[in-house]
Design a protein around this ligand. Structure first.
Ligand SMILES: [Zn+2]
Ligand SMILES: [Zn+2]
Length: 129
């Protein structure tokens, strides 16, 4: 990863996502970062998140009709997405097949740059309601 000199604001935004296990959206990151950088704006948080995602420091989770969420966990893992409340849970399998390698092998002419595996359903909390 290239050495990037972060602004204090961008560093605080990255830390806020890293400290969260819940794949926060920009509004939740803003709430956390405000305590560290009191004069930061939601717009700055949003732009910092986008820049950090562009630079490969964060993963972006886009769901139709919901705000984009960000993930600082770059280790290979999959996501469980609750279609009712929108919560995103990490799932790491003991055996993680190298899907990317397999796909690249089958379609060598395509340059795979990222992969996403998402499982959709209802979390245990929403099943009770
Ligand atoms: Zn749910
Ligand atoms: Zn995740």
């Amino acid at each position: 990863m290239p050495i990037v000199r972060f602004t204090r604001q961008r560093q605080a935004v990255l830390e806020a996502v890293k400290n969260s296990r819940e794949h926060p959206d920009a509004a939740r990151v803003f709430e956390a970062v405000r305590h560290v950088v009191p004069n930061i704006s939601l717009g700055t948080v949003y732009r910092s998140l986008e820049a950090l995602a562009d630079d490969g420091h964060l993963l972006k989770l886009q769901q139709p009709g919901r705000p984009t969420r960000y993930d600082a966990n770059l280790d290979g893992h999959h996501h469980l997405v609750c279609d009712s409340c929108g919560e995103v849970y990490d799932v790491t399998l003991a055996e993680m097949p190298d899907l990317r390698g397999l796909v690249q092998h089958v379609v060598p002419g395509f340059e795979v740059r990222e992969q996403r595996v998402e499982f959709h359903g209802f979390c245990s909390r929403c099943q009770k309601n």
